[in-house]
Write a protein that binds this ligand. Structure first.
Ligand code: ARG
Length: 464
């Protein structure tokens, strides 16, 4: 028969041409070639170590695989859809290249444990790259936070002006989201770095394999306990993608703020020209494309997560071909996260903060109303009564077009007799932020301490 597949012994008809293309994964799983070759080399060395392969056979296999890797690196390797996936492409090439010894590589393993191993190796590197990119963005945020520790902006709840905050404090809120994201990736990595190899198709193998040997060679922390689970588990991919989806949601929230802040209505920041585009029709436009795209891309990573969960949901043990569908969502999630983190790592240190505009915005909207209530409480008024008094003062301010700090002492005393001239110290936005001077709050002094702690937390992450 001319079908020429590594598995075609029991077949009498060739594969339908459409089915061949439909079932092939090589166009996307060839990304795994480095991991596939590393896994095969470790497997061959293990087989030689336990005496299943002769040393000379193992040497020929290793040499052949390294040559194939060089061909793929150089772009001279010919990928064949008829050979279905990255694993069979490489194995077929090995056999063509080195002959008999090549046919022995697949002893004691299956593509089922092979692909699960490849993917874990790939994702282990992927996670490390993501973590490095998050760290880079966190460092950029600390730079901005430091620069803007004293800059005052309106803080919002319900997107209504609430209380003044410092811009540095706001940057540190983003930092914290990323800190948790980084923790999630690092935690998931522990479950990624477990080796399926040796599970073979599903039940293990009858050869006297040494799984600890292979795990050591590949840098795995542990060997999968159960062969059925090892070939079918894709939890690690779900966990990664869940962490990626949440990270993208965070980046999407940053994006939304940058988009708002760079609008002419807010005018708090100016994004670098290099990160924006113009309009082909409206000459005045400078569009925040990068944040908009990141916000938009967050949707696809949530989609990748749903795709993976749904792909796994109906599967009985052990391996099923459904699992081939794990790769594209996973790769897409990884690529999207890396691209978005890179864009943000470049953008964050380079946007311009318009301090005067932010300050002016913070001075309007009665952002120090809570401070006035707290002042009254300090003078002996109960908080609920103080709230009522200030509410009336704000009402008066809205009607007369005056901000609290713009009213005269006499006007203010009309609302409460306990108000003295010292009230003006607390009605300023600077006084307001300086008063919030405890762990985790917005006072510039606290922001500086939080930055110092954040630096230590980053350093301890780098030491690990
Ligand atoms: N291309 C397959 C995948 O991505 C490799 C494993 C195939 N195993 C099998 N028994 N057909 O999952």
């Amino acid at each position: 028969m001319s079908n020429d597949k590594p598995w075609d012994g029991r077949f009498t008809e060739p594969t339908d041409a459409f089915v061949e293309a439909f079932t092939a994964s090589v166009l996307f799983d060839r990304r795994l070639y480095r991991q596939d070759i590393a896994g095969s080399i470790a497997h061959a060395k293990m087989l030689a170590h336990v005496g299943v392969l002769a040393e000379a056979e193992c040497d020929a296999i290793v040499k052949g695989l390294l040559e194939i890797k060089a061909e793929i690196d150089a772009g001279t390797f010919t990928w064949s859809v008829a050979l279905e996936d990255v694993h069979m492409n490489i194995e077929s090439r090995l056999i063509a290249h080195i002959g008999e010894a090549g046919k022995k590589l697949h002893t004691g393993r299956s593509r089922n444990d092979q692909v699960a191993t490849d993917l874990r190796l790939y994702l282990r590197d992927g996670v490390d790259t993501v973590i490095a990119a998050i760290l880079r963005l966190q460092e950029a945020l600390l730079l901005v936070a430091e620069r803007e520790a004293d800059s005052i902006m309106p803080g919002f709840t319900h997107l209504q002006v609430a209380q003044p905050v410092t811009f540095g404090h706001h940057m540190l809120a983003w930092f914290e989201m990323l800190q948790r994201d980084r923790g999630r990736f690092a935690d998931g990595r522990r479950r990624i770095n477990v080796m399926p190899l040796g599970a073979a198709a599903l039940a293990g193998t009858s050869y006297p394999i040494d799984r600890a040997f292979t795990a050591r060679a590949l840098g795995f922390d542990a060997v999968a306990e159960n062969s059925l689970d090892a070939v079918s588990d894709r939890d690690f991919a779900v966990e990664f993608t869940a962490a990626a989806a949440l990270l993208m949601v965070h980046l999407s929230r940053f994006s939304e703020e940058l988009i708002l802040w760079s609008s002419s209505q807010f005018d708090f920041v100016e994004l670098p020209d290099a990160f924006c585009t113009g309009s082909s029709i409206m000459p005045q436009k400078k569009n925040p494309d990068v944040p908009e795209l990141v916000r938009g891309k967050s949707g696809r990573v949530s989609g990748d997560l749903v795709a993976l969960l749904t792909m796994i949901k109906g599967q009985p043990l052990a391996y099923n071909k459904d699992n081939q569908e794990d790769k594209e969502p996973l790769f897409d999630a990884l690529d999207t996260v890396l691209g978005s983190l890179r864009a943000y790592g470049d953008l964050v240190p380079n946007f311009r903060v318009k301090r005067d505009n932010m300050l002016r915005a913070a001075q309007h909207g009665f952002s120090t109303a809570t401070d006035l209530a707290d002042y009254l409480v300090r003078k002996g008024v109960a908080f609920r009564d103080a709230h009522e008094v200030v509410g009336r003062a704000v009402r008066y301010g809205i009607d007369s077009g005056k901000d609290l700090a713009g009213m005269t002492l006499e006007e203010l005393q009309g609302f409460s007799a306990v108000i003295g001239a010292d009230v003006f110290d607390i009605l300023t936005v600077t006084g307001s932020v300086a008063a919030r001077n405890h762990f985790g709050a917005t006072a510039p002094a606290q922001v500086r301490q939080a930055i110092a702690r954040a630096r230590e937390r980053l350093e301890s992450a780098a030491r690990k």
